[in-house]
Design a protein around this ligand. Structure first.
Ligand code: URA
Length: 235
């Protein structure tokens, strides 16, 4: 919902549209955070990418090299939401290509999930300086983009990696250690909080009960649920 001080995207000056349409030129969309992003604004990730590279809805726009939209299948049954781009992602414009991303790919491959099965993106599309976590305002300024990505991909399963994704998307502030591995059903989607792969890099033990071991349990549960959904013709 737009907050009180937000202005309506489509009643600004000369721009007199009443609703978003797929032929709307993203270059015409104001990028102030006070302007909401209505559902239906974008018809492709490429369109969103072009817009995000000109976005100044928050100050992260001032320091980015590239906005990072996401990678994988834009019609995937599973979406994975991270925190925000790091240095490698900012330089290349590609999500999760650094060490954390490489580990994420290995975790997915361990249960035969490929780029066909997932679309990987982040709460914020621009790198927070020094790889700090995005602020609440930055996450909020960027949320319309994430919601548009969910609308376009229409995944059945959304994996939330770490506290920033859990809070940014579902507003849940419980610690990830408490809630990881639990399915949260909302609307016609299934969400599961999981550890962020960067956390696993800092905790390399594979002992039973360790974060890596727990991730292994979680990703197997995700694989099993996807198999069930596919068998039932739901994805
Ligand atoms: N960490 C994230 O949360 N996202 C990326 O894209 C890379 C590292």
């Amino acid at each position: 919902m737009p907050t009180e001080d937000q202005i309506d995207l489509f009643s600004l000056g000369d721009v007199a549209l009443t609703q978003a349409s797929s032929d709307f030129n993203p270059d015409d969309i104001p990028t102030s955070a006070r302007v909401p992003i209505p559902p239906g604004t974008y018809s492709s990730m490429e369109q969103m990418q072009a817009h995000c590279n000109q976005c100044f809805r928050c100050d992260l726009g001032k320091t980015r090299t590239h906005a990072v939209i996401g990678r994988g299948n834009p019609k995937a049954p599973i979406m994975i939401v991270g925190e925000g781009p790091g240095q490698n992602e900012d330089e290349t414009g590609i999500a999760f290509v650094g060490k954390a991303g490489q580990l994420l790919d290995k975790i997915l491959a361990s249960v035969n999930l490929t780029e066909e099965d997932v679309f990987i993106c982040n709460v914020v599309k621009c790198r927070p300086p020094g790889n700090r976590a995005p602020t609440k305002d930055e996450a909020e300024a960027c949320k319309g983009y994430l919601l548009e990505q969910i609308r376009m991909v229409n995944p059945k399963i959304i994996l939330l990696t770490g506290a920033t994704a859990l809070k940014g998307l579902l507003g849940i502030t419980q610690g990830i250690t408490k809630v990881r591995g639990q399915w949260i059903e909302q609307g016609d989607r299934l969400y599961m909080p999981i550890f962020h792969p960067a956390y696993l890099l800092r905790n390399p033990s594979r002992e039973k009960g360790s974060p890596k071991w727990l991730m292994w349990q979680d990703i197997q549960a995700v694989r099993a649920r996807l198999d069930e959904l596919q068998a039932a013709g739901k994805v």
